[in-house]
Design a protein around this ligand. Structure first.
Ligand code: ADP
Ligand code: ZN
Length: 226
């Protein structure tokens, strides 16, 4: 990666559940050496560890609602304080409310940073429930799969690492997916206008092939890190 002269890149991926934020963030992480920062992953880890934040978040996540800004911001600020994020970050699933967007701006301003780009993954809502409801991932390497759309080549074995254990998120069912879509439209979609007004919004058609979407995202990110 080239020298960054304007401070580490801070990129945001916006889009409803199932849009492919996690998949694309992982690819950008590999290609550009940025750090993927998923508040969903951080919250799931807190739930698994049984921390106070995790205990507060568990039932909200299972119902497909949004965890309180205070809880999410505390978890995110802790993670942003770790040294590896100096490489630049891809925020996946954060911010999700106007309050979180303001708090992020304030957090970055303390170190003279700002959001470099907010990339909106444009998808067809109707397809998202089906995408979310069928997905699972390899427990060892994290590779993502889908019952109908992207099964493993050999049943029960990960294509990427050969692992044989898989996991499914507790909230990846049709009912919860619908609630999450609703939360997205009510609370998160308005952030698209916020980032457009700041002049940092980019939009990508995210209904195509994973590699095509990755190429489009890569060209935006190259501008930020180059
Ligand atoms: P998806 O984008 O597929 O919904 P995530 O892993 O990003 O998946 O989020 C899973 C759940 O975690 C959300 O439904 C919500 O309950 C909670 N969550 C994650 N990030 C946030 C956030 N920034 N603010 C509030 N709740 C969040
Ligand atoms: Zn694997």
């Amino acid at each position: 990666m080239n020298e960054v002269t304007t401070g580490p890149a801070v990129l945001i991926l916006l889009g409803p559940p199932g849009a492919g934020k996690g998949t694309q963030a992982r690819l950008l992480e590999e290609r550009f050496g940025l750090i993927q920062l998923s508040t969903g992953d951080l919250l799931r880890a807190a739930v698994a560890a049984g921390t106070p934040a995790g205990r507060a978040a568990k039932s909200v996540m299972e119902a497909g609602g949004l965890v309180s800004d205070d809880t999410v911001l505390a978890i995110l600020a802790d993670r942003m304080a770790e040294p590896d994020v100096k490489a630049g970050v891809i925020l996946d699933g954060f911010p999700r409310t106007a309050g979180q967007a303001e708090a992020l701006d304030a957090l970055l301003a303390r170190t003279g940073q700002k959001v470099g780009a907010a990339i909106s993954l444009e998808v067809d809502d109707e397809a998202m429930v089906g995408r979310v409801a069928g997905r699972f991932s390899c427990a060892a390497c994290g590779e993502g799969y889908h019952d109908a759309g992207k099964p493993t080549a050999t049943a029960g074995t990960c294509d990427k690492c050969g692992g044989t254990a898989f996991k499914r998120r507790a909230d990846d069912n049709a009912e919860t997916a619908r609630a999450r879509l609703q939360a997205y439209h009510a609370q998160t979609a308005p952030l698209i206008a916020h980032y457009r007004s700041l002049g940092v919004l980019e939009s990508v058609d995210a209904m195509g092939a994973i590699t095509d979407i990755a190429a489009a995202l890569g060209s935006f990110v190259a501008r930020q890190t180059g």
